[in-house]
Design a protein around this ligand. Structure first.
Ligand SMILES: C[S@@+](CC[C@H](N)C(=O)[O-])C[C@H]1O[C@@H](n2cnc3c(N)ncnc32)[C@H](O)[C@@H]1O
Length: 286
C-alpha cells in the first residue's frame, strides 16, 4: 500500500463486484459498491447500469483480458457470503473480516448477519475512506467494529481483543483477496495468531491464488505488473496441497477447498476448467 492512501486493489475489487450482475446475473451482486467507491469508479458503475449492452461487452472483454479475474471475484464473494450464511445457521455470532477493504457484508447480508458482531480488520488508511463513504448507511449486522491493524506492525490479537472480540465464543474469519499480497511468513504468523485466538467451532475461510497454469500464468504476470504499479504487488501463490500443509502446520484441519470447477456448476449450471483461484475453509484442530 502507498503511505497515507487507501488500498487501490480494495477499490478495484469493489468495482469488479459492482459489475457482478453483468458477469453472471445468477450471482449475488454488491449494491453498495458504487456508494463505497464514490469518485470516478463509483460514477462509472452508475454509467454502466445505464448502458447495459455496452457494459456487457466491456465486462466480457475485461474478463478475457484479466484471465477471468473480474468474474472470479463475484464467485468468491458469493461463496464467502454462503459461508457466512452457513455460520449463522450454526449459531456463530462473531465475524472477523481480515483485510476487509470495501467489503459490504455487514450492510447487505440481512438476516445472515443480523445476530453477528462484525470485526473489520484493515489498514487505517483504507478504513478512513470506507467510513467516510458509509455515512449513516444503516447497519444490518448486530454491531460492527473497525479494527485498525497494519499487518506486520500492529498486533492483530491485541487489537481484536481491545475491540471486544470474545475468544471464548466461536467465530468465522474471512480472508478474501489478501494472502496473495503477503509474504508466506506473514500468512503463517497470522494463522498462528488465529490458532491461538479462536475457540473450538470457529473456521477460517481463505481465498488464495494457485501457482500453476499455462496461459493463466502469463496473464497473472501481466495482472501482477498492474497491481504492482498500484503499490500492492502479488507475493504469494500456491497449490492446494501446499495450502493444506500450511493449514495443518498452523494447527488447522481443512474442511473444504474449492475453486471455479466446483462453483460454476453449483451457481450457474455451467462448467469450466479455469481453476486459478480457490477458497480453503479450515477449522482449529481439537
Ligand atoms: C485486494 S484488497 C481485498 C479487500 C477485501 N477483502 C475484498 O475482497 O474486497 C486487500 C486489502 O488488504 C489490506 N491491506 C494490504 N496491506 C495491508 C497492511 N499492511 N495492513 C493492513 N491491511 C492491509 C488493504 O487495505 C485492502 O483492504
Amino acid at each position: 500500500m502507498r503511505p497515507g492512501q487507501p488500498s487501490s486493489t480494495a477499490q478495484w475489487v469493489a468495482f469488479a463486484r459492482g459489475l457482478g450482475p453483468w458477469h453472471e446475473p445468477a450471482l449475488s451482486d454488491d449494491p453498495l459498491a458504487a456508494t463505497l467507491l464514490g469518485g470516478t469508479l463509483g460514477a462509472l458503475l452508475g454509467v454502466a447500469a445505464a448502458v447495459p449492452p455496452l457494459t456487457r461487452a466491456l465486462v466480457r472483454f475485461g474478463d478475457f483480458a484479466t484471465g477471468g479475474r473480474t468474474r472470479f471475484m463475484c464467485y468468491r464473494t458469493r461463496v464467502l457470503d454462503d459461508a457466512v450464511r452457513a455460520a449463522a445457521a450454526e449459531g456463530i455470532d462473531q465475524l472477523v473480516i481480515l483485510g476487509a477493504g470495501l467489503d459490504s457484508r455487514a450492510w447487505r447480508l440481512g438476516s445472515a448477519v443480523a445476530g453477528m458482531t462484525v470485526f473489520e480488520v484493515d489498514h487505517p488508511d483504507t478504513q478512513a475512506l470506507k467510513r467516510s463513504r458509509l455515512g449513516e448507511r444503516p447497519l444490518q449486522a448486530a454491531d460492527v467494529h473497525f479494527v485498525g491493524v497494519d499487518f506486520g506492525v500492529d498486533s492483530l490479537e491485541a487489537n481484536l481483543l481491545a475491540a471486544g472480540f470474545n475468544p471464548v465464543r466461536p467465530a468465522l474469519v474471512l480472508w478474501e483477496g489478501v494472502v496473495m499480497y503477503l509474504h508466506p511468513a506473514a500468512i503463517d504468523a497470522t494463522l498462528a495468531t488465529l490458532r491461538g485466538l479462536l475457540a473450538p467451532g470457529s473456521a477460517v475461510a481463505t481465498s488464495y491464488s494457485r501457482s500453476s497454469g499455462g496461459r493463466a500464468t502469463l496473464l497473472r504476470r501481466l495482472v501482477g505488473l498492474v497491481v504492482g504499479a498500484m503499490g500492492e504487488p502479488f507475493r504469494h501463490h500456491e497449490e492446494p496441497a501446499q495450502m493444506r500443509v500450511r493449514m495443518e502446520r498452523a494447527g488447522f484441519r481443512v474442511r473444504w477447498d474449492e475453486g471455479h470447477p466446483d462453483w460454476v456448476p453449483r451457481y450457474t449450471g455451467g462448467a469450466t476448467t479455469w481453476d486459478m483461484q480457490r477458497i480453503v475453509l479450515a477449522e482449529p484442530q481439537p
